[in-house]
Structure formats: C-alpha cells, structure tokens
Design a protein around this ligand. Structure first.
Ligand code: CU
Length: 271
C-alpha cells in the first residue's frame, strides 16, 4: 500500500465537458487525515486467495449472470440489456472466474483486476484483508497524485508527448476491437505511486452517491444512505465520444449488488 500524507486538497472539477448531473463540481476544499491505499486494483490472483480461504461466493455467482461487453460475449447471452448502453449484454455464467461467460477463464489474467464483483463483494474482500474501501475523497486525493486541479492523474494532457497513459477505448466506439482489461500495474504510476486510477476498470468507493457539496469538509464520508455507490476512474470502455469519465474529477455510480466486466476496486486502510 501507499501512504497518502493527508492535508487539504481541492476536490471535484469544473471541466466544461463534465456532465452537470454527475456533480463533479463545484470545486471545494477537503481535508483528510493520512491514510493507506493500494497502489493497484485487487487482482484475480488476490481475489482467488480470498475465495480459497473463505469459500466466499460473489453476487454474480449467486444470481447466475452478469453484464459483459458485447464483443466478448459468446455463450450464455441473455435477453437483458441496459437502456442507453446497448453494448452491455447479460451473460449467464459470467463471473469473476469466467469474465466472458461459459468457456472463458482468468488463467492468463492473474495480474489483471478482478471484475464482475459487486460493491458487497468488494467490501467483503476488504474486510477479510483487514482493510476497507476508500472514501470517495480518499480515492480522489490519492488519484490526483499530489497535483492540483489537473484533468488527469498526470497532468492536463491525455497523451503527453504522444504517450498513452491509461487503458481507455481506442478508435471508434463501440465497434473498434477492444482488448478489455490490462494488468493492474500497466503504464506509469501517478505522483503517489498509484497505477491505473484512470481507465482500465471503474473502482468502487465506500460512499453512497450524492451531488451536494459543502465548500469545506473534513474526512467526508458521503451521504448517510442511498441506493447507489460511487464508482471512480473510468474503464477500458471510456471514450470521449460518449463518456469522458476517465478524467480524475469524473464520477458515476452503480447499485451495490451490480457487477460488470469493467468494474473492480482497490482497498484503503488507516495508517
Ligand atoms: Cu466511461
């Protein structure tokens, strides 16, 4: 894990191309105590150890299906779609062990982020590991890597000197061929040593979704309750033609029992 020194930072953003309903802004001052956070997302190998030691069964395994990007779906395709996002298909038997459904495996993806894990699954892993999920404020402070009000975890340019810095969609969406997830330590880390805080997979945070902010907050925990949990960072499917949420201030949410092939998590802990 990486130690984040704490202190005050400017949270949120006012990028003109952010969506107002996402509540990225206004920019506000947030003060945090020091904390620890995983340098990278939890991998398939790490999650496998957790399952082996505890016998844990994920929600997707119990429900019997999960959402898979259409290019990867082969067997088990159901008649389940997401309004406004027809590239997601429900696949019977899609789980963290078989991310594309029956016949697929994570054999050659041990160091990729675990996916098809719900918020509840992520929280169970964190508890087993003696950790917890990061608050949204912790996630963002860590993701900013010590930089102030930048668009990305490394600065304002998406690809400085033409160098790709994150795993986001390449080419026309959603038809160009997707490679899906990459190993959790792909690309250069940010200033705090965190890998892939932009792109690769969305990351669950501890907070319930909300869009109301105070101009100043100390160790904020988000709303007391809600129906969806905040996810941060964007995924390999993000592309500025439809979703530019790989920006470091960007945010969205999903219900705590949902799982998809592009959402994972990293853990935090007290110092
Ligand atoms: Cu996106």
């Amino acid at each position: 894990m990486v130690r984040i020194p704490g202190g005050t930072f400017l949270m949120g953003g006012d990028d003109p191309d952010g969506r107002p309903e996402d509540g990225e802004g206004p920019v506000r001052e947030v003060r945090l105590d020091p904390f620890l956070i995983d340098a990278a997302c939890v991998t398939n190998a790490q999650f496998a150890t957790f399952v082996k030691e505890t016998g844990y069964v994920t929600e997707a395994e119990r429900i019997g299906w999960s959402f898979v990007f259409y290019q990867f779906a082969r067997a088990g395709v159901m008649d389940a779609t997401v309004p406004g996002a027809p590239w997601w298909v429900g696949v019977e038997g899609a789980t963290w062990r078989s991310p594309e459904g029956p016949g697929s495996s994570i054999g050659d993806r041990q160091n990729h982020p675990v996916v098809h894990v719900s918020w509840n699954d992520a929280a169970a892993y964190a508890e087993w590991a003696g950790k917890r999920l990061p608050t949204e404020a912790e996630w963002e402070m860590a993701a900013r890597g010590g930089l102030e009000r930048k668009r990305y975890p490394w600065g304002d340019e998406l690809a400085p000197n033409g160098r790709q810095r994150c795993n986001i969609w390449q080419g026309p969406f959603p038809t160009a061929p997707s490679k899906g997830t990459m190993p959790v330590k792909s690309f250069q880390p940010n200033g705090y040593g965190l890998y892939n805080v932009a792109g690769n997979v969305w990351e669950w945070t501890a907070d319930w979704w909300g869009t109301e902010w105070e101009p100043y907050a100390e160790n904020p925990l988000g709303p007391a309750d809600g129906t969806a949990k905040v996810i941060r960072g964007g995924s390999y499917m993000c592309h500025d033609s439809y979703c530019n949420r790989y920006r470091v201030a960007a945010r969205t949410s999903n219900t705590p029992d949902s799982s998809t092939g592009h959402t994972g998590f990293r853990c935090a802990a007290i110092v």
